[in-house]
Design a protein around this ligand. Sequence first.
Ligand code: DGL
Length: 274
Amino acid sequence: MGSFRLQVEDNHKAIGVIDSGVGGLTVVHEISRRLPHESIVYFGDTARMPYGPRSYAEVRGFVFQMLEFLKHQEIKMVVVACNSATAAGLSYYQDAYDLPVLGVIEPGVRAALARSHNRRIGVIGTVGTISSGEYEKALRKKNGSLHIVSKACPLFVLLVENNLVETPEAGKVAHEYLDQLVAERIDALILGCTHYPLMSHLIQRVVGPHIQLIDSAKETAAEVEEILGCNDIVNPLSCNEPRYRFFVSGNPKPFEEVGSKLLQQEVKAYQVQL
Ligand code: DGL
């Protein structure tokens, strides 16, 4: 570990993105819109997803395996595009490598603080993310007087994974999770899970138009741009076409199907045993 190091000539290298599965593609989508000249190498640990119910130590172990794989893929920074993996120990990953390693919690927190007017902020995520308290800690560090309401919504990942978001049952589940947050008069709601942007229509319908949804994927892409700029490792416009490479630990087929839809381009994924 710790043996990849950033150099000025690294600007042509790819951005590494990791997630427990397909959800991190919401982050890839936003990076590709914002930074169309950047190459991306993605690893989705589909064989071991979901991370949400697992212990932090186990998740960290999985993340390190993915990072070790990425180490050999010519990358210049890493985005841990999974809230549960970020919550399980972003600082461990940052300490282990000499590259910028960005998680998804800090960007979402910054955006929520910028957009909330009444200082009452909701956070939803997996059981792992919510019980880690990492969102709350990050919010409080920036503003000690916030009213924060957090709620684990474990069934949301299943709704997205099984294409059930448009069903009446999904509406009921969403009300069950979210009505309490609305009653607490939050005005910003952090979507603290990679899958939630894929059901933001339903979430917005249930919470009403006066609550702003904070999509960590969009905010993370903005921060990636900032980090590349600060480190002087932006890929110059004159460079070759960007390359996207996708690796998964499980069956590539379902990943390719969802990925092609989400990114609106053909996605070819390769299975790798970690
Ligand atoms: N990627 C995970 C997250 O953002 C959601 C899916 C899982 O539990 O692995 O928390």
